[in-house]
Design a protein around this ligand. Sequence first.
Ligand SMILES: O=P(O)(O)OC[C@H]1O[C@](O)(COP(=O)(O)O)[C@@H](O)[C@@H]1O
Ligand SMILES: [Mg+2]
Ligand SMILES: [Mg+2]
Length: 326
Amino acid sequence: MNFKQYLATAKPSGAAIPAGLQDLLTAVVSTCSTLSHEVAQGALIGLLGSAGTGNVQGEVQQKLDIIANDLLIDGVKGCKSLAGLASEEMELPVPVQGTGDYLLLFDPLDGSSNIDVNVSIGTIFSILKKQDPQAPLQTADFLLSGRHQVAAGYVVYGPQTTMALTLGDGVVMFTLNKVTGEFLLIKDAVTIAHSTKEFAINMSNMRHWADPVRRYVEECLAGVGGTREKDFNMRWIASMVADVHRVLSRGGVFMYPWDQREPHKPGKLRLMYEANPMSFLVEQAGGASTNGKDIIMDLQPTDLHERVSVMLGSKEEIDRLRHYHS
Ligand SMILES: O=P(O)(O)OC[C@H]1O[C@](O)(COP(=O)(O)O)[C@@H](O)[C@@H]1O
Ligand SMILES: [Mg+2]
Ligand SMILES: [Mg+2]
């Protein structure tokens, strides 16, 4: 089944997907298909390297960060149901129709440090229901908890281009057929096993972590002879999109926790563009996510670009991490 057929026939939570949401999802996904093609060309079309600019977060922008951002804006600007959009790369939201049912948020290119070394990268998106569709767009309209998402997903540009999507009733995956340009359904009812023997964290930050995270990882490293009584494997791709794709595909736990390098910052990852959409997917696949204390999807944002500590994946591990933080 291709993505168009899926949208036309799926009944998440028993109801057909509203036409405006179908239209918006089609525009996002078809832009990601174009982006997949661009990513694959890489150096051949001059896509690699730094753009020589900084984004709103003070991070160096890669050329592809900007290209992906522009392509997505262009791709959705004709959507009649889209009031406005916000991107990790831009300080302020961009009005699309100004009014309308939906708000789109995205990390246009996740895993920027992997672009130039030909390692998996991706696009992450989140769609919120606008509280008052008729009222003119304001930044405050975007400041809704993850529970207000009506759809979320990512597209990972790896050896295959694969999309994971939730509409609030489970998770489905599609892979791009690069010959026809269609996304085809490869998995429905994606689930994350409750227990795991695999964790993902940037170990080079170990000396900066808070005690509960250090304890958790030390216990994993102690293996079969330690309190966990099993050997753990570790992976770190440094593209959240690819690390979370592995968690959705074979279980595991992914962590980018608060650390002491910048103690005033709650974390590195962004709540609205990374943590909320990924938490929605993980919850819908039977996993869990936390910032240590609270469930990420329940956090009330106060800033469009706010950061958050993230731990997500197999439920038993997230319960353990929450317990260590309590
Ligand atoms: O290099 P580090 O500190 O391990 O960070 C890796 C993390 O940074 C990110 O790349 C940040 O995303 P962006 O590329 O969108 O800025 C995450 O995808 C990833 O988990
Ligand atoms: Mg990112
Ligand atoms: Mg990014």
